[in-house]
Write a protein that binds this ligand. Structure first.
Ligand code: CP
Length: 315
């Protein structure tokens, strides 16, 4: 079982979802196809009971609105049940219980675990101590693979393709795990061009640039001002105050970018944002047809339904 758990994929058998880098283009396309079926099922309003009797644990060591509630909605829409916590102060973590022990215990209670944790690598560690599938819902500044899958679904759904797109990532590219995960996923597609737009202090990590260079099939450039020339997707991000070791550094870059109607009203592009937003997208953008961030957050439900179904049907 240890060997089985250690290898995340055995042929087509997906055990855990920890990093987007663990899965290939075919698995991604399978998940996107399954998500489309789930969206159609949701629209049909028919009861779906394929996960009846199954229990999902949502373990949130960090705040969340969309990820936790869309996972819980997804599980309930599929006929399953949910347990979990949103505040470690009310759990035995506050008494000093280790992540490994918490996971050993909860994997005995449930069929699948979703975990968000402030430490990079925490979800991977959890998967090594769990007898049931573990899904990474964000580990520090590292990865957020289910966000990536719903981002890809949004691009495919709203633009009609992923190959050949030009995407601008704007804002906090240093700490933004959604950006990191999505860059790796896009590098699996053909002829993608990425423009990284950030202040010097929040540049995309060098190791991601190096990995993209090694891959060789993604064209990219770095800028410090918003430039949306020929861009298909403007992907805005929040400057993540909570990740700055020194708040004085945050004050220097706070509010540096604000996307307004004027940036996009004459452009053929979509605006995405993983949300929550603070002040980086003006509310006057919301009324434009290019604004797709609320659709994007809705797509979290069918995409997470697909992921839960696919992981649990292997059990
Ligand atoms: N996009 C995202 O992860 O949102 P939450 O932090 O609200 O889950």
């Amino acid at each position: 079982n240890i060997i089985y758990n250690y290898f995340l994929f055995l042929g087509d058998l997906m055990k855990h979802l920890i990093s987007i880098r663990d899965i290939g283009k075919d698995e991604i396309l399978n998940i996107l196809n399954e998500s489309e079926k789930m969206e159609n099922l949701l629209k049909s309003k028919k009861p779906i009971n394929i996960l009846e009797g199954k229990i999902l644990a949502t373990l949130f060591y960090e705040p969340s609105t969309r990820t936790r509630l869309s996972f819980e909605t997804a599980m309930k829409r599929l006929g399953g049940n949910v347990i979990g916590f949103t505040d470690i102060k009310n759990t035995s973590v506050a008494k000093g219980e280790s992540l490994m022990d918490t996971i050993r215990v909860i994997s005995g209670y449930t069929d699948i675990i979703v975990i968000r944790h402030p430490s990079e690598g925490a979800s991977r560690l959890a998967s090594e101590y769990s007898d049931v599938p573990v899904i990474n819902a964000g580990d520090g500044s590292n990865q957020h693979p289910t966000q990536t899958l719903l981002d890809l679904y949004t691009i495919k759904r709203e633009i009609g393709k992923i190959d050949g797109i030009k995407i601008a990532f704007i804002g906090d590219l240093k700490y933004g795990r959604t950006v990191h995960s999505l860059c790796y996923a896009l590098s699996l597609f053909d002829d993608v061009e990425i423009v990284f737009i950030s202040p010097e202090e929040l540049k995309i990590p060098k190791e991601i640039i190096e990995d993209l260079k090694k891959k060789g099939n993604v064209k990219f450039s770095e800028k410090c001002h918003i430039d949306l020339t020929d861009v298909d997707v403007a992907y805005m991000t929040r400057i993540q105050k909570e990740r700055f070791p020194d708040l004085n550094e945050y004050q220097k870059v706070k509010g540096i970018y604000k996307l307004t109607k004027e940036h996009i009203c004459d452009k053929n592009l979509i605006v995405m944002h993983p949300l929550p937003r603070v002040d980086e997208v003006d509310s006057n953008v919301d009324e434009l047809p290019q604004a797709k961030y609320f659709e994007q957050s809705f797509y979290g439900v069918p995409v997470r339904m697909a992921i839960l179904k696919m992981l649990l049907e292997n059990e």
